[in-house]
Design a protein around this ligand. Sequence first.
Ligand SMILES: C[S@@+](CC[C@H](N)C(=O)[O-])C[C@H]1O[C@@H](n2cnc3c(N)ncnc32)[C@H](O)[C@@H]1O
Length: 288
Amino acid sequence: MNIYQALNSSYTLLNNNSNTKRLDCEILLAECLRIKNRLDLFLNLNQVLTQDEISTFFNLIKERQKYKPISKIIKKKEFWNFEVDVSKKVLIPRPETEVLLDLVSRVLKKNLNIRFLDVGCGSGCISLALLNIFSNSSGEAFDLSRDAVLSAKLNLKKYNKLNRVKVFQKDLFQFKTDKKYDLIISNPPYLKLSDYINLSRSIKIYEPKNALVSDRKDGILFYNYIISSLKNNLKMNGFFAFEIGDNQFLKIKKLLSQNGFIVISKFKLINGKIRCILAKKIKNYALQ
Ligand SMILES: C[S@@+](CC[C@H](N)C(=O)[O-])C[C@H]1O[C@@H](n2cnc3c(N)ncnc32)[C@H](O)[C@@H]1O
């Protein structure tokens, strides 16, 4: 069997399991053959596969038939300019989170000695990108999940950045510190329980529920807590950067303004929903 035949016989196997069946099969075959760019498959369509390569490929297809996300099958996801390991029980980094980092990178000066706090760090993708964008930065990152902490450490170590960020396991709702930061950034769980039910099978089976679901009411529990309990840990003119859920903007904006912040930048998805915001500290309520 050659590459052409393997691909042709694999596409139909995912007819009922994926909306991106061609792409999925090509990524999986490229992975089996250790080809970096899947388009190179098409330059080598006549290449004959070994028995091992064929069986590995069709075993991966079987995993996809069980709705496993491609990134979980190949155990990695491209994020910013990194290849983030997602083999542990962590959320797969999403493109919207890259947009959050883009907002931050447009406003904060690149050469500043920025000190950040990454709340709910998951795979460590946000810290990794921040350390890359702001070459003099350093920070702290924590998560409730042990797997997330291990994953963040693994990813930061892989890119020699673990010496610039302290990663630890902690529940946000127990977290206290005297430190002052320039930036507190978070993509916290923001779904309400009723939203979770409608997520795809792929997410529900393979991604941690406590990375996604916030509360039963409106999904803003984490923002509420972060803003009210960590506002005094931001320096004057420091920033909160949040990824937020659908229809949460007005409530979060109100919370921010009640606590001395103004939203200075936001990003809307193509459907008009605001997904990322950056807010600046303009009043110090602690001193009033
Ligand atoms: C939406 S995920 C974001 C992960 C990562 N920052 C990213 O953007 O891909 C939310 C993260 O918050 C963590 N988390 C949930 N509850 C938490 C809590 N009470 N304290 C700290 N972290 C929590 C989850 O384990 C998960 O890793």
